[in-house]
Design a protein around this ligand. Sequence first.
Ligand SMILES: [Zn+2]
Length: 368
Amino acid sequence: MPAIPLAWSEAQRLHDPAAEIWVGVRTPAVEVSARADAIRLSLEQAGHPVVSATPPAERALLAVHDRTLIDFLAGAWDRWERSGLPQDPGQDRVVPYFFPHPGLLGTLAPALPVATWARTGQFAFDTMTLIGPGTWEAALGAAGAALTATELVLDGAPAAYACCRPPGHHVTRSAYGGCCYLNNGAIAAARLLEQLGGPVALLDVDAHHGNGAQTIFYGCAEVVTGSVHVDPGAGWFPHFLGFAAEHGEGEGEGANCNIVLAPGSGDAPWLGAVDELVDWARGCAPRALVIALGVDAAAGDSESPLRVSAVGYRAAGRALGLLGLPTVVVQEGGYDLATIGALVRETLAGLDDGLAAAAAGATRVRHG
Ligand SMILES: [Zn+2]
């Protein structure tokens, strides 16, 4: 099989979050464009062809996000700059300070705040996810990469990889956070659903729960969502959801699967969970697969307590490939610049192996 193509957008470089604000403290950003550069270098050296991403059609974004969120994100930086906030009080990134908490409002719907500095809290669910001058353009670039990879698969490639940066899997229909602005994986899944019919499986192996896709598709049977991640009950992001008891609701009842892992889990328990997720997805009889590939479960990554090796990531790629489905891979987390490229490369190599084995098995069945 030819090497899995890599969809790439130069616009990802325009996003410089500069910092994260965590417990009120401004700490250096870890979601930086050097992540994407390291991945691209590693994949190019391994012979993966690079395909330039085309900008996304707005309707592809509106398939999974509210118009109000899109409009907010598109204009957030310009409004912030025009308001003079970078000079007084000296905040050079868009950041929330006040949130329309259900406990604040009771039964009232929130009013649209007039103050620029109040508006952000309507759309941001954390303080870590800052918006600067090029953030929106980069988020569009990442979504465009996801859609370009999706079109490659719809055109017949067995698999395609989108080097999405900023990542997307924490974004819901109406709110952003977790260093994410647009849900690239959900956008890809919606496009596959539109073209191929359902169900489409969206499986997330980032170290953190894929809360965005879960919430977007929670009442939907046509996109089945699953996530293997460090247990939020052990104190990890996203804290408020991501538990094993969340199975979906209404028509989506049974169409969500969370498998949680204890901090410190290494290859054996993590791969056991990935195999369990793959078996669950197989039972849903999907027509296509989106993999939300975070490599921050790796040992040595600063952002999670899981201890997965590169060998483990390769085995996970193979297990996912054995589903034998048209597969779009979107990049999520992974913050260790020294290893991120090799981890993605190994996962794609495993995916290639698994897809080839699945195709050979299918051929044997047809002839046998
Ligand atoms: Zn993560």
